[in-house]
Design a protein around this ligand. Structure first.
Ligand SMILES: [Mn+2]
Length: 424
């Protein structure tokens, strides 16, 4: 569905005077506020097609109704989000769940919503009905050459779909690993995986990037063949300069210092992109910023500092994606909240007094360094993020508008109650 633009204007009109008061209050304290707002307008976060529906767990799935049934409807949903916040201008597809029947038409539809295609994602973690060899014991790591070749061919197929849609990156996440000691020869698994990745890498167009995503555990519980940033870094270094590590915030063991990982990968020119989500225990795939917004801020602080040190473009030089899916919220509301949390953390990171922080570090003034970071973190920047939305023609309060307009109810009416967006 397409939201009537007047609805956005109408609600913004009602909220405007309060917004202006709040914005003025905080803007006065920030030098070059319009620079910050421009950065926020440019900063777009890709929405993964699989987050548009209820994710479920291995115990069950409680669908909320009105989920997109086709690729076209998935694009419409992301288009709707983008209309509401002007911050979700890209969609990340999952093959084979989202194979475009007619790439030209799909591209035209995305253009209509001003969306581009972000990284395409391959899938060798489940078997498809027409598949010859099973991935039960892995894909690129598999002991059987034909199974490995099938996984390589699939990834090359995904690149081809991506080229047709104008994407410029491939994300490879492998579920490969082992559940029990002795099941796998670690070195052979690594070498097989590396050889497979090399074959896929060869099929990348010159302007493409390949993201190697790691994960500490699950679905394999004893070892993962790309289990942490060090292993991903090994693969991406051996592959070449088009290969990068992708950091999914939920793919670490508890208490990992993700901000330090990010800082060093960025420094080594090997950080490619992000999958944002939040977690309490593991790969919980919860709404970004719902559990530990301070960590999210600290990660963004390293990103901004590291990108500025390398004179990178914040909006374009890294891949920004959400990777979340769960059981209890409306997926579109969840995505609005996630995008908002990312933008808030980014804004707070832009507010850090870098000069003062460097001076505090040079003087070993630990208390001052903490004060500087928390000064930025504790600034209520919500009205700055809202101002950027307002200037872009989006809603001051996207979630409120989503509810006021009863968008979910309309989607249920259009699509029915028992629809399902993911291929899980
Ligand atoms: Mn991920």
């Amino acid at each position: 569905m397409i939201l009537d633009k007047n609805k956005i204007q109408e609600l913004n009109g009602k909220l405007l005077s309060q917004h202006e008061r709040q914005f003025k209050f905080v803007a006065e304290t920030i030098p070059n506020i319009q620079d910050t707002i421009q950065k926020l307008k440019d900063f777009q976060i890709a929405i993964p097609s699989w987050a548009l529906g209820t994710g479920g767990t291995r115990f069950g799935r409680f669908g909320g109704g009105g989920e997109p049934r086709t690729l076209e409807e998935k694009i419409e949903d992301v288009g709707l989000l983008h209309q509401l916040n002007r911050s979700s201008g890209a969609i990340s597809l999952h093959i084979p769940w989202d194979i475009p029947q007619n790439a030209k038409d799909i591209k035209a539809l995305a253009d209509q919503f001003q969306l581009r295609f972000d990284a395409v994602n391959s899938n060798t973690f489940q078997d498809q009905p027409d598949q010859k060899h099973s991935y039960k014991f892995g894909s690129l790591q598999h002991v059987d050459k034909a199974t490995r070749q099938q996984a390589i061919d699939h990834n090359i197929e995904v690149i081809k779909h991506g080229i047709e849609l104008g994407s410029d990156s491939l994300t490879v996440w492998l579920a490969d690993g082992s559940c029990f000691p002795g099941q796998l020869n670690f070195r052979t698994a690594f070498e097989n995986t590396l050889q497979g990745l090399k074959e896929i890498y060869k099929a990348l167009p010159d302007n493409w990037k390949m993201f190697v995503e790691y994960k500490a555990f699950e679905p394999n519980f004893y070892s993962m063949t790309v289990g942490d940033w060090g292993q991903s870094y090994l693969y991406s270094s051996k592959l070449g300069e088009k290969a990068y590590t992708l950091v999914d915030l939920g793919h670490h063991l508890p208490n990992a210092n993700i901000q330090q990982i990010v800082a060093l990968l960025l420094n080594e020119k090997k950080l490619g992109g992000f999958h944002f989500n939040d977690s309490k225990y593991g790969d919980d795939d919860l709404t970004v910023g719902s559990i530990d917004p301070y960590q999210l801020f600290l990660i963004f602080n390293e990103l901004v500092e590291g990108m500025d040190a390398r004179k990178m473009n914040h909006a374009k030089d890294l891949g920004w994606m959400i990777d979340a899916s769960h059981n209890v919220k409306d997926p579109l509301e969840d995505l609005l909240q996630s995008v908002e949390a990312i933008k808030i953390a980014y804004t707070q990171a832009l507010l850090v007094d870098t000069k003062a922080l460097v001076a505090a570090q040079q003087n070993n003034d630990v208390a001052k360094a903490q004060e500087i970071l928390q000064q930025a973190y504790r600034t209520d920047v919500r009205s700055i993020v809202a101002e950027a939305r307002l200037q872009s023609g989006a809603a001051l309060q996207p979630l409120q508008l989503f509810r006021n307009e009863k968008i979910r109810e309309q989607l249920i009416k259009e699509r029915g109650l028992r629809t399902m967006a993911t291929g899980l």
